[in-house]
Design a protein around this ligand. Structure first.
Ligand SMILES: *Cc1c(COP(=O)(O)O)cnc(C)c1O
Length: 395
């Protein structure tokens, strides 16, 4: 070990415009909330903040579920809390094959002791309700999980009420991954009969990662409280967390105070804007981005029927490598976009249009930066047509 202390300078990260798959740009009010003084996690004032955060979360999920909380950790923590608590060893868990996060669901269910079975659709397409019904008839699952907004493919699951009905007809509980839809794309937990939904704060809620939304209805919570053996994770055990987030307010672990402040402020912004207005804004602004890249001659990967405004999967044009373009726009424009994953690696750019990032000036920046990168790197696209089409949509 060195005797001299490390000479590390003051923190000064670059000012990026975050238009990838998350995190998204954080609203200044949320950053300010994060820097306010801490209170104890059992302080009466914090109990009030918890209640308000839960109330705001219910609005954002469009649910009356009592059991609606922020889970300490990133979206994957809320995901593991949902899957790990609702899956008992020996359960059959039906998971989708149509994207990277469906695979993650399957892996978490396997680790929770489930027999995992799959219902398929190609990457970039939603599940067909008939296929879900067939899979439920064949496997008789205890739990069915699906991804509402597949961040790896830019495809939205349509017909959600039909797939939840198919699962319920066979007595399965339904878990929805709503990480990239919450606060950005129409999501109605109660109307669509979703039993449990988890989400993340750093996508369309534009909040730093750290406290992640989760909601369970009574049917789901009854299963959690009625388990034969406790969930395998102590930290994410919802029957223990009930002691903290429920009426008792007893210590389980220290809540990430600053992250709860941030989430509360991010959710206040949702409430001020109005949830439906917010969904409409994402569609309008991302629609301009979509029109722009299409006019440039680049298609989107999913069909229009399942286009996901919060995550646009744009084809990489001939003549360039995706990684060169991504590097170019980061270096020259401080702009972050991302490459494809899994089956779509090398074929698409993933361009987010999320929360505070879903603004017209960001669409203009993305289109200008891409046009410059394609020109510099040797792809033939019609940049002027792209700009004109986007402008037309934003008017
Ligand atoms: C980002 C994401 C997750 C995981 O969230 P983390 O915050 O990265 O842990 C899960 N599902 C989907 C669909 C996502 O986009």
């Amino acid at each position: 070990m060195s005797e001299t202390p490390p000479d590390v300078g003051e923190l000064s990260p670059p000012q990026r415009t975050l238009m990838g798959p998350g995190p998204s740009p954080v609203h200044p009010r949320v950053l300010k909330a994060m820097s306010t003084p801490l209170v104890g996690h059992l302080d009466p004032s914090f109990v009030e903040i918890m209640d308000e955060t839960q109330e705001l979360l219910r609005y954002t999920f469009q649910t009356d579920n009592q059991w609606t909380i922020p889970v300490s950790g990133t979206g994957s923590a809320a995901m593991e809390a949902a899957i790990g608590n609702l899956t008992e060893p020996g359960d059959t868990f039906l998971a989708p094959t149509n994207g990277y996060f469906g695979d993650r669901m399957a892996e978490m269910a396997r680790r929770a002791g489930a027999d995992v079975v799959r219902v398929g659709a190609p990457w970039g397409e939603p599940l067909d309700p008939d296929d879900v019904a067939d899979a439920c008839a064949e496997f008789d699952p205890d739990v069915f999980g699906f991804v509402h907004a597949e961040t790896s493919t830019g495809a939205k699951q349509t017909n959600v009420p039909a797939i939840t009905e198919a699962a319920h007809d066979h007595g399965a509980l339904v878990i929805a991954d709503t990480v990239t839809s919450i606060g950005g794309v129409e999501l109605r937990v109660d109307d669509w009969n979703i039993d449990a939904a988890y989400a993340g704060p750093q996508k369309c809620l534009s909040c730093p990662p750290g406290a992640s939304p989760l909601t369970l209805n009574d049917r789901a919570m009854d299963k959690v409280l009625d388990r034969d053996e406790p969930a395998r994770s102590w930290y994410l055990d919802l029957s223990l967390l009930e002691g903290y987030w429920g009426d008792e307010r007893a210590y389980h672990h220290t809540a990430p105070i600053s992250n709860v402040y941030a989430l509360r402020e991010a959710l206040r912004l949702v409430a001020e804007e109005g949830i439906e207005e917010r969904w409409a804004r994402h569609e309008r602004v991302a629609g301009a981005l979509k029109a722009g890249v299409e006019a440039m001659g680049l298609g989107l990967n999913p069909e229009d029927d399942y286009w996901l405004p919060s995550l646009n999967a744009v084809h990489v044009p001939d003549g360039v490598e995706d990684s060169d373009v991504i590097e170019y726009v980061l270096e020259h424009y401080d702009l972050e976009i991302a490459s494809g994953l899994g089956d779509l690696e090398g074929d698409i750019f993933r361009i987010g249009c999320m929360g505070h990032g879903a603004r017209p000036e960001n669409v203009t920046l993305v289109l200008a930066a891409l046009a410059d990168a394609f020109d510099a790197l040797g792809a033939d696209v019609d940049a002027a047509a792209g700009m004109a089409a986007a402008r037309e949509q934003l008017r």
